[in-house]
Design a protein. Structure first.
Length: 117
């Protein structure tokens, strides 16, 4: 799935999940922060988990939290990362709930660098 150029201006709801993802990453010093918005408008933020027996991307944790809270689908997802692309495992977690949810990739400053649709 090819990444598209970011929109000229984010709508307020997408800007909110980018901000939540930045905050999760900054709070913990993790490699990535992520946030998702479910189809009811609820948001879930998370960071990378790196334990000896468990490794999850930030987006996997955010999606798992949404699913565990009863979310039936996602409107959008955001990942704050230094990586040049969102990992396939992260995207797969989003697609498990909603095939068409956009995944925003932002840098540490919160600047959206690309969108997967």
């Amino acid at each position: 799935m090819a990444e598209q150029a970011p929109p000229q201006e984010l709508d307020a709801e997408d800007a909110k999940i980018v901000t939540l993802a930045r905050s999760a990453r900054a709070r913990t010093g993790a490699a990535e922060g992520a946030a998702v918005r479910d189809t009811d408008g609820r948001t879930y933020a998370a960071c990378t988990v790196e334990l000896p027996s468990l490794r999850l991307t930030a987006l996997q944790v955010a999606v798992a939290t949404a699913a565990a809270s009863g979310a039936e689908g996602l409107e959008a997802a955001a990942v704050v990362t230094d990586a040049a692309e969102v990992s396939a495992d992260s995207v797969a977690a989003v697609r498990d709930l909603t095939a068409a949810a956009p995944v925003l990739r932002a840098d540490a400053a919160g600047e959206v660098r690309g969108v997967l649709r």
